[in-house]
Design a protein around this ligand. Structure first.
Ligand code: HEM
Ligand SMILES: *[C@@H]1O[C@H](CO)[C@@H](O)[C@H](O)[C@H]1NC(C)=O
Ligand SMILES: *[C@@H]1O[C@H](CO)[C@@H](O)[C@H](O)[C@H]1NC(C)=O
Ligand SMILES: *[C@@H]1O[C@H](CO)[C@@H](O)[C@H](O)[C@H]1NC(C)=O
Ligand SMILES: *[C@@H]1O[C@H](CO)[C@@H](O)[C@H](O)[C@H]1NC(C)=O
Ligand SMILES: CC(=O)N[C@H]1CO[C@H](CO)[C@@H](O)[C@@H]1O
Length: 320
């Protein structure tokens, strides 16, 4: 029995060590000079989400952005005096929720100065924010260090106009597979987009005043009511049936050709992502939370800085 447990532990550590490169671990600050870290993050995050639940989507997206550009190193948080940081890139313009990270950081700086990285704060805030709206929990191994570089010309995130071939490549470049792509796209079960990103899709898809044939005509009609042709600012729900709720309905929407972006609809074009969607619809999302949790852990390891790489920033919006 004991031997079996030991073996299981060895296998577990092996898996974690091999596939993620080790270094980060759960409870990191409990052993590294800030035992209250996780409590503080949860408290502050819950406080904000209670006041404005829509921030959960924003914070989840911010963590994803951070990880896709230079790895999860907090570079998305950096402000630049010359407007040439990641934050200034077009896809970043609608990022919200910086104040949550900043508040957590200032509380932590008074409790345990110079100890907790902004990259870790963001990773944990994203998890707690989703949990606060009754979404899935995932473990967040900690120990990330903060990057010193944030460059607008590197902020090339997957495009909402991309096809599935390109998206698979975007994810593979970060060590994430096709399953991660379709699972993490399920994050679009919460949150909003702006009309500007979909107006060509519903009003002028091929330049002939048409809409994307990959979209359900009823959905196009609904979206047209919400978004006038020249309106770029009005927000539109990503998951039309249950925008505030973290559930698997995103996959039902995509299956019914109600994916908001081309990057959502195109998940029907690949056999593997298509099969996943059908499975979620059939099983009513039975495995989704578990899958989402697994893929979020992988996302949180992308390109992390550890050991003596990078720094622990004093303020999240600027390098030391
Ligand atoms: C597969 C590639 C992806 C593309 C092309 C994409 C694209 C987008 C776009 C264009 C928006 C709307 C932004 C705006 O209105 O300016 C958005 C929103 C959002 N995305 Fe994604 N996304 C992708 C993957 C992900 C992933 C992996 C996550 C998280 C795990 C995520 C989470 C979100 C959330 C929560 C929102 C709503 C934000 C809010 O309400 O403020 N997305 N995404
Ligand atoms: C929780 O966070 C709120 C808001 O940041 C703060 O006012 C309160 O004192 C915190 N409570 C604890 C126990 O940390
Ligand atoms: C940002 O990246 C571009 C292109 O790689 C480079 O020319 C520029 O010097 C970089 N800017 C900073 C501030 O590092
Ligand atoms: C996907 O998009 C890429 C880049 O725009 C393009 O080169 C490729 O031909 C497209 N693939 C399909 C199957 O449409
Ligand atoms: C539709 O696209 C075509 C080609 O890009 C353009 O000439 C036309 O003005 C557009 N129509 C509208 C209503 O935007
Ligand atoms: C729309 C929006 O929030 N724009 C912001 C994008 O980021 C710059 C730089 O941080 C802000 O000045 C803008 O207000």
């Amino acid at each position: 029995m004991a031997l079996k447990n030991l073996l299981a532990l060895v296998v577990l550590l092996g898996v974690v060590g091999v596939s993620f490169g080790g270094d980060l671990y759960e409870g990191y600050y409990r052993y590294n000079n800030c035992p209250q870290m996780e409590d503080i993050v949860r408290n502050v995050t819950y406080h904000y989400i209670y006041k404005d639940p829509t921030l959960a989507a924003a914070l989840l997206r911010m963590h994803f952005h951070d990880c896709f550009v230079r790895g999860c190193d907090g570079s998305v948080l950096i402000k630049s005096p010359n407007n040439d940081a990641e934050r200034d890139a077009i896809p970043n313009l609608s990022l919200r929720g910086y104040e949550v990270v900043d508040t957590v950081k200032s509380v932590l700086e008074s409790e345990c100065p110079g100890v907790v990285s902004c990259a870790d704060i963001l990773a944990l805030v994203a998890r707690d924010a989703v949990l606060a709206i009754k979404g899935p929990w995932w473990p967040v191994p900690l120990g990330r260090r903060d990057g010193r570089v944030s460059n607008i010309s590197e902020a090339n995130l997957p495009s909402p106009f991309a096809n599935v071939t390109t998206l698979k490549k975007n994810f593979a470049d970060k060590g994430l597979n096709t399953k991660d792509l379709v699972v993490l796209s399920g994050a679009h079960t919460i949150g909003v987009s702006s009309c500007g990103l979909i107006s060509s899709r519903i009003y002028n898809f091929t330049g002939k005043g048409d809409s994307d044939p990959a979209m359900n005509p009823n959905y196009v009609a609904e979206l047209k009511k919400r978004c006038q042709p020249t309106d770029v600012t009005t927000s539109v729900d990503m998951d039309p049936t249950s925008v505030d709720k973290f559930d698997s309905h995103y996959f039902n929407a995509v299956a019914e050709k109600k994916g908001l972006f081309i990057s959502d609809s195109t998940l029907l074009d690949d056999w593997e992502t298509n099969l996943y969607i059908q499975k979620q619809v059939l099983l009513n999302g039975f495995y989704f939370n578990k899958d989402f949790s697994d893929s979020m852990v992988k996302l949180g390891f992308v390109g992390v800085l550890t050991g003596d790489q990078g720094e622990i920033r004093n303020q999240c919006d600027r390098v030391n």
